[in-house]
Design a binder for this molecule. Structure first.
Ligand SMILES: Cc1cc2nc3c(=O)[nH]c(=O)nc-3n(C[C@H](O)[C@H](O)[C@H](O)COP(=O)(O)OP(=O)(O)OC[C@H]3O[C@@H](n4cnc5c(N)ncnc54)[C@H](O)[C@@H]3O)c2cc1C
Ligand SMILES: C=Cc1c2[nH]c(c1C)Cc1[nH]c(c(CCC(=O)O)c1C)Cc1[nH]c(c(C)c1CCC(=O)O)Cc1[nH]c(c(C)c1C=C)C2
Length: 468
């Protein structure tokens, strides 16, 4: 028996890859603690109004090894016809705004714009290139994203570009998040070549990758047609829905509403406590959060449990709003708010600019993250979040109308924070599992990337490494 813990995209894709590899016909069991498969991916479809609210992720990047891998999965699931690309030429790809000093500022998006001063930046961005070339290398094992960028490119970029970007990816504080999370290659460029620019130039002429490129039909199409990001017809939930039905059709047993409450490693197998039963597995793939897994290990593996529990998570409040008519004055993906503005929101996505919403204006307001308790306390009511969202939409986007539809969710501990030292912590965790030869694989957003592409690739890599 092979057990997969968790039915989010990590667990579902792990089960899919196990089915593909399972040449010994081992039984596969997927255990999900709630009555829903998909984890944070959830699309609420209002068929009568022609509106879709995404409460979690909404777009996926097609680029890189990870991006191509996800598109291959889409082909394997026969979902090609459901893919909805957003091209690089589309306003939603070109226009991203920063809200600061009571104004929405478009982020510069062309090479030409490097040479001019674009508020909120105080000087032309080309000066940051010179700063990088003139700043001596600082040898460090890791550093915060903020301090790396401030040191090499200047405070303006750290405050107005990097801090909001970190909010828009992990709802975290750039002063705490490791530079190796989002900018590993730039960090390595400094460590190896003394400057970001020099490192990038050297790498441009010395292109060698350890992994062979994935050349699927969809990923080739994405290159030729110049996709920026893509989403799915019917909402992103189409993906976990199809994965769930495909793995069930292929014989995976799916247990819903059953939590795994303990894992005991006995000889070379694992005893999983699920509900009131003990199930013996020859291998477990855990896709649940690192701190959830820490709680299952008891006192047998104190070091592992402690390291896993130190990976922190933040809570995000998500409010979806639909208004009659197309009433947005700006066209784009949305805007982010730098944390120093002290506003109770992280940013707003203009969903109806990215996807058709039947003539309605659909917005998603994201709140809290690293600052959830500061603005909302321990247990805020959903009304408080909804009121905050509507009043921020009114103040910033000048929309006075009341929404015709709304939804509010509080996503408790939904995004891990890869703080300084995360990379080494994950190495220690993996070394412990390898040294003790535990039949345990770790997948999901807690370890090697929080984007859907990273999570899906973590499942494929884990399954590739298992020997039956
Ligand atoms: C608001 C938001 C917006 C996002 N936007 C994007 C985006 O636009 N693009 C992008 O690429 N990524 C985005 N992400 C990131 C992405 O959605 C997540 O990283 C990804 O969905 C995590 O998947 P997972 O399988 O690792 O975890 P989860 O989705 O958390 O799945 C884990 C599952 O395990 C179950 N579980 C937990 N404990 C147990 C137990 N003891 N026993 C059994 N089951 C258990 C849980 O119920 C859950 O279903 C976003 C995330 C959030 C929260
Ligand atoms: C404000 C909160 C959040 C918004 N999105 C997320 C949070 C926490 C989560 C998120 N968004 C993206 C990813 C995937 C990253 C990846 O590795 O692929 C995750 C986990 C995509 C994304 N969204 C924005 C950016 C800059 C990115 C990176 C990839 C890309 O360039 O497309 C921008 C953005 N996110 C949010 C808003 C309001 C926003 C505005 C411009 C919300």
């Amino acid at each position: 028996m092979l057990v997969v813990l968790g039915g989010g995209i990590g667990g579902l894709s792990a089960a899919h890859y196990l089915v593909k590899k399972n040449n010994v016909n081992a039984k596969i069991l997927l255990v999900e603690g709630t009555n829903y498969l998909g984890g944070w991916i959830k699309s609420i479809v209002h068929n009568d109004k022609g509106v879709i609210f995404e409460t979690g992720p909404r777009t996926i990047r097609p680029t890189g090894y990870q991006g191509a891998n996800t598109l291959t999965l889409i082909e394997e699931l026969n979902l090609t016809d459901k893919v909805k690309p957003i091209l690089k030429s589309h306003p939603a790809a070109k226009n991203r705004f920063i809200y600061t000093n009571k104004k929405l500022h478009p982020l510069p998006s062309s090479l030409k714009s490097l040479f001019f001063t674009h508020p909120p930046f105080h000087k032309p961005l080309i000066l940051s290139v010179f700063k990088d070339l003139l700043t001596p290398r600082k040898k460090v094992p890791d550093e915060s994203l903020y301090s790396f960028v401030e040191r090499r490119l200047g405070k303006d970029i750290a405050d107005y570009a990097i801090s909001p970007m970190v909010c828009g990816i992990c709802a975290g504080d750039a002063k705490e998040i490791s530079v190796r999370f989002l900018m590993a290659s730039l960090f390595e460029a400094e460590q190896e070549h003394g400057s970001i620019i020099k490192g990038l130039l050297k790498n441009m002429f010395n292109k060698s990758s350890s992994k062979p490129a994935i050349k699927g039909i969809l990923s080739e199409r994405a290159k030729v047609e110049k996709w920026s990001v893509w989403t799915m017809d019917g909402g992103l939930q189409t993906l976990p829905d199809k994965l769930s039905s495909k793995i069930a059709d292929n014989g995976v047993d799916i247990l819903l509403n059953e939590k795994c409450t303990s894992l005991r490693f006995i000889d070379d197998s694992v005893q999983c406590r699920i509900g009131s039963k003990d199930i013996h597995a020859r291998h477990v793939i855990s896709s649940i959060s690192a701190n959830g897994l820490a709680n299952l290990l008891g006192d047998d593996h104190k070091f592992l449990s402690k390291e896993l529990s130190l990976i922190d998570f933040v809570t995000v409040g998500v409010v979806n709003l639909a208004y009659n008519g197309e009433i947005l004055k700006q066209n784009g993906f949305g805007f982010l708010v730098p944390p120093f503005e002290g506003l109770p929101i992280l940013g707003i996505i203009f969903d109806s600019c990215c996807t058709q919403q039947n003539g309605k204006t659909v917005l998603t307001v994201m709140m809290g993250g690293r600052w959830f308790n500061k603005y909302f306390g321990e247990n805020p009511s959903k009304e408080k979040l909804l009121d905050t969202a509507i009043s921020q939409v009114k103040n910033i986007l000048l929309i006075d109308e009341q929404p015709v539809l709304s939804n509010c969710v509080i996503l408790k501990d939904c995004i891990p924070q890869y703080v300084i030292g995360h990379h080494d912590r994950v190495k220690r965790i993996q070394s412990y599992i390898d040294d003790k030869k535990l039949p345990l694989s770790l997948v999901g957003s807690s370890y090697n990337g929080v984007g859907l592409n990273d999570v899906i690739l973590s499942s494929r890599t884990a399954v590739d490494k298992i020997t039956f």
